[in-house]
Design a protein around this ligand. Structure first.
Ligand code: S3P
Length: 431
């Protein structure tokens, strides 16, 4: 089993390029497959999660050529996919599985979606319920709450759905099914979640009305393929934003990072804590805001995050805990119970691992209470097979007084192949 040893060794300095945005890459692949004609996706994420979605689409009869720096997808239109001969394996990816379920519910064939041990324990009722009310025939373990999901695709009808959770995966599964459905689909969520699907619909000319948190889509509108350029992943950049903030004398540039306003909670919160982060060259790329980031080390102080800021910070909360551990004063996070339903229970995992490193951190039902400022010790840590836990613990290790070992780190490749070599380069270029 793979492992990493992090030896604290001074500042992070230089430029690091992060992988393409994982959320946008999934959507680019799926929507390019449903479009009419060929298109090229540049800057895509080569993490295992996105490669699994790519393979699933190939198994559904979509031709995708992998060129060194781009993908060429030959879209076959809304109903051009063909029945897969074996179960589709989404690996570790909730986004891949949930979005594909929305698409497959409306196809005229049988399919089965499955994933790894983690994905097979994650809740699917949140997508199965609205899709069934659109007429989808989906079966699964525990009445459809757990994968594998078996889908007998067929005609769908539009619905009006008010989601009990703010989840871009639920929203996107319903919108993708709505694309294939007869009649309009409306969708409302309690707090706005990331809107990459909406932005990509607009970029591709798919008619979608947006009124605040309410979306209305008229289904069965074919659309032409269009080249897509994927910005760097802010969720990957966040590890270096925190690393450079907490290790004295650091200065790191991270060019071409996606700045979708429903994702930038970590930037806003770190700045409130005293971080020195500049956003340069703001621009737009395929309907998404993008910029270059410059971060220098700074002295941080504690803060509190409530439920209203959780959706735009959700994937960054593990690395945020590391920033809060170093910061002076107390930090509280509430309303983050969704974190318990990710690749692992991220509240429990971060509390357990940071405690091993001498951090005073208390797990609550929906978040954390962290008393910052204690000296971090190196420790023998676990990743729980979760890429974001592995990388967050690695960054905490940079601020420790002795080496930190992390077991089971191959999972980092699900979103950030090259994380460790990139980190080493920033550490060595400071010498
Ligand atoms: C994602 C949505 C979020 C996020 C996940 C990616 C997406 O999950 O945590 O990493 O690409 O739609 P939820 O929709 O379950 O909140």
């Amino acid at each position: 089993m793979s492992s990493l040893t992090i030896t604290p060794q001074g500042p992070l300095r230089g430029t690091v390029r992060v992988p393409g945005d994982k959320s946008i890459t999934h959507r680019a692949l799926i929507l390019s497959a449903l479009a009419e004609g060929p298109s090229t996706i540049t800057g895509y994420c080569k993490g295992q999660d996105c490669l699994n979605t790519l393979r699933c689409l190939q198994d559904l009869g979509i031709s995708i050529q992998e060129l060194p720096d781009s993908l060429q997808v030959f879209g076959k239109g809304l109903w051009g996919m063909t029945e897969p001969t074996h179960p589709l394996d989404c690996g570790n990816s909730g986004t891949g599985l949930r979005l594909l379920t929305g698409v497959l519910a409306g196809q005229d064939f049988f399919s089965v979606l499955t994933g790894d041990d983690s994905l097979r324990s994650r809740p699917m009722g949140r997508i199965v319920t609205p899709l069934r009310s659109m007429g989808a025939n989906i079966q699964g373990r525990k009445g459809g709450e757990l994968t594998p999901l078996a889908i007998t695709g067929g005609a769908l009808k539009g619905i009006e759905y008010s989601s009990p959770v703010s989840s871009a995966q639920v929203k996107s599964a319903v919108l993708l099914a709505g694309l294939l459905a007869d009649g309009p689909t409306t969708f409302v969520e309690p707090l706005l979640s990331r809107d990459h699907t909406e932005r990509m619909f607009r970029y591709l000319g798919i008619p979608l009305e947006i009124t605040g948190r309410k979306l209305r889509l008229t289904g069965r509108t074919p659309f032409q393929a269009r080249d897509l350029s994927v910005p760097g992943d802010l969720s990957a950049a966040a590890f270096f934003l925190v690393g450079a903030s907490i290790v004295p004398n650091s200065e790191v540039q991270i060019p071409n990072v996606g700045l979708n306003p429903e994702r930038t909670g970590i930037l806003e919160i770190l700045k409130e804590m005293g971080a020195d982060i500049q956003v340069l060259n703001r621009r737009e790329q395929a309907g998404e805001p993008v910029g270059d980031l410059l971060v220098r080390s700074a002295s941080l102080h504690g803060t509190s995050i409530g439920v209203e800021r959780i959706p735009k910070t959700i994937d960054e909360l593990p690395i945020f805990c590391v920033a809060a551990s170093i910061a002076k004063g107390d930090t509280t996070v509430t309303g983050a119970q969704e974190l318990r339903l990710k690749e692992t229970d991220r509240i429990h995992a971060m509390a357990t691992e940071l405690r091993k490193m001498n951090v005073s951190i208390q797990e609550t039902a929906d978040g954390f209470i962290i008393r910052g400022g204690s000296k971090i010790h190196g420790a023998a840590c676990a990743s729980y097979g979760d890429h974001r836990i592995a990388m967050a613990v690695a960054i905490a290790g940079l601020a420790a007084d002795s080496p930190t070992g992390i077991e089971d780190t191959a999972c980092i490749d699900t979103s950030f192949p090259g994380f460790y070599p990139n980190l080493l380069e920033l550490l060595t270029s400071s010498r």
